[in-house]
Write a protein of this length. Structure first.
Length: 305
């Protein structure tokens, strides 16, 4: 049976195994161990939106594992000229081994998966960013040696990355605090799902508009851009409303001394984070980005057999 990764919840039974296996695979790669598990396998990658990390990490992961990746932009494929998502799924299922899809709409990722006999991986949509979150928890575990019991403070927009990170916290038993300006909290159904996972692990989940409360004593401070792709018309309004949620030296002074700063990138320096924090010794943003490569490898190995 195929395995789609559309939500972090598609890894709910083995999420921490993805994290641990990703860390192991990274170590093996760094010591020069060969892995050709994607030999003669092909990944089709449909990107409706721009990408640096997701595209390069999946394409490189396929190359390093002995396989091949094809970059497809709707501008250059028939899907952009009216071919249905369903027909595209059927056609690609007859030719390649899995599909990575970065879409504006979550429903489109679901529709592609429903019409493909091969695995579909969500490369970010309006609701979730599951592949990012594997790399994020790998980074936290590498730096802190554990996940359960840590306090993760997400400060900023209750967006796709926040939703996935919150579900991930519920799965690993980390305490998760999300601080957003009023009106930008994560959707209720994500909070409900994450809360139910947190209850099982006896961990905390708090949604607040008070960033000081969220960051106080945090082990991890995480932020993302204030204006997601597709929301450009809201830029001016959001930049005003989010101003006091900037991660700066004053804010991080409330966290533990050995806190780590994370950002899925790209960062808009001077807006959601200052250079002083992004380039500080506590910042792990580039290790986090590098971990995308190893996270993608473990995801590919688990979905392409
Ligand atoms: N973090 C992330 O998904 O980066 P890209 O948009 O560059 O892929």
């Amino acid at each position: 049976m195929k395995r789609d990764i559309i939500s972090v919840l598609d890894m709910k039974n083995d999420f921490e195994k993805f994290v641990d296996d990703g860390i192991k695979l990274k170590k093996n790669f760094k010591t020069g161990k060969k892995d050709s598990s994607m030999d003669r396998k092909t990944l089709a990658m449909i990107f409706e939106k721009a990408s640096t990390r997701t595209r390069v990490s999946f394409e490189t992961a396929m190359t390093q594992l002995g396989g091949h990746a094809i970059y497809l932009s709707p501008r250059d494929m028939q899907m952009g000229r009216g071919e249905t998502i369903a027909d595209t799924g059927e056609v690609l299922s007859g030719m390649v081994d899995a599909i990575l899809y970065r879409a504006f709409k979550h429903d489109n990722v679901v529709e592609l998966a429903q019409n493909s006999s091969i695995s579909v991986i969500n490369g970010l949509d309006n609701l979730e960013h599951p592949t990012q979150i594997v790399a994020d928890y790998m980074t936290i575990k590498e730096k802190k040696g554990k996940l359960k019991g840590l306090k993760i403070a997400y400060v900023g927009d209750g967006n796709n990355t926040a939703n996935s990170l919150m579900l991930g916290a519920g799965l690993v038993g980390a305490d998760f605090w999300i601080a957003t300006p009023e009106g930008y909290e994560p959707p209720d159904h994500f909070v409900k799902a994450a809360r139910s996972l947190a209850r099982k692990h006896r961990s905390e989940l708090e949604v607040t508009n008070n960033y000081k409360e969220a960051v106080a004593g945090a082990d991890v401070i995480y932020t993302d851009v204030w204006v997601s792709m597709g929301e450009e018309q809201e830029r001016e309004k959001k930049e005003k409303e989010f101003k006091s949620f900037q991660i700066n030296e004053k804010m991080v002074s409330l966290a533990k001394r050995d806190y780590i700063f994370m950002h899925c990138l790209p960062a808009h320096r001077g807006l959601e984070v200052t250079n002083e924090v992004a380039d500080s010794k506590n910042s792990v943003i580039f290790q986090e980005a590098e971990n995308r490569l190893h996270a993608e490898k473990i995801i590919l190995k688990k979905v392409i057999k």
